[in-house]
Ligand binder design. Sequence first.
Ligand SMILES: Cc1cc2nc3c(=O)[nH]c(=O)nc-3n(C[C@H](O)[C@H](O)[C@H](O)COP(=O)(O)O)c2cc1C
Length: 329
Amino acid sequence: MMADTPRVARPVPPGLIGGFILAPMAGYSDSAFRRICRGLGATATVTEMVSVQGLTRRSLGSSRLLLSHPSEHPLGIQLYGAIPKEFSRATALVRDMGFEFIDINAGCPVKKVLKSGSGASLLKDLPRLLDIVQAVAESSSGLPVTVKIRIGWSPEEALDEGIGTLLGDRGACALFVHARYRSEPFAGRPDTATLSRIVTASPIPVIANGESSSPEAALEFLSRSGASGLLVGRGAIGKPWIFRALRGGGPGSPLPGELSGTVLSHLGMMREYLPEPFVYHVFRGQLVHYLKGFRGASGLRGQAVAIESVEDVERICGLAEGCRDEQGG
Ligand SMILES: Cc1cc2nc3c(=O)[nH]c(=O)nc-3n(C[C@H](O)[C@H](O)[C@H](O)COP(=O)(O)O)c2cc1C
């Protein structure tokens, strides 16, 4: 009988083990937001998902998604697609752009993405996913490769708990596992027990994902899962202070006066790469979330979705903080 080939431990990118990582979120995790989150304690960040097809065609949309700043590293670029060869070509294009790792999206439940055989579709076609992982690993010139999966397509088609072994054997150094099925994209509680079985069986580190509703709930989820770190998504939108709280460095909500400072820096960073007045249109979606944490500020939503200038944003943040002061914090 042939002896088992010894597994080579692949280097894991910095910021993942024991870390709190900002999740890839299309429409939110852009360069400015990644900088804000990293500044407040995120240990690593990941870009929004980038199409391998778009990249190889060098479309403008994809190239804006590639913008980054030194202060948001360690930074992974997330790729999505369905064809191993396209992943190879895209990997060759991005591997020398300064990213610390390449992440493969095998979890996106959006219809358009599924239709093309990408995202969570790959959970139903494991041979293809494994070929993609190998294609990226072979084209990355040693840059670490991670994979973001869900626990399966549906409870009836759950992934085997040995998924970490399969992906690790083809070149992944770590996994991000969203503890939900594609059939329940974001609702309900994450399935910590299934996640924990995947973690236990995996020879490569697993980063847990799927609970960031509060720092307390997220830390309990992480601890029960036994995972090596936590990927934080929705809980960071409008509340980047969650990273500070997760690391025991202060409250998960802004200190008095901190809302304006954070929001204005966020907008300022966006203005470095988005033209006026477009930048204000994009920022409206972020501002509305920042205001959510301020009881009494719901009346400001209407103003937030009409901002046209830095002054508008300053005024609205001032009013929101005023609401809080009136309520005694
Ligand atoms: C608006 C939005 C956009 C997202 N975009 C992506 C994406 O581009 N790539 C990806 O792998 N996951 C994406 N996700 C999923 C998140 O990365 C994460 O897996 C999910 O939100 C669960 O984590 P949470 O409970 O901390 O939010 C997105 C989620 C949201 C809410």
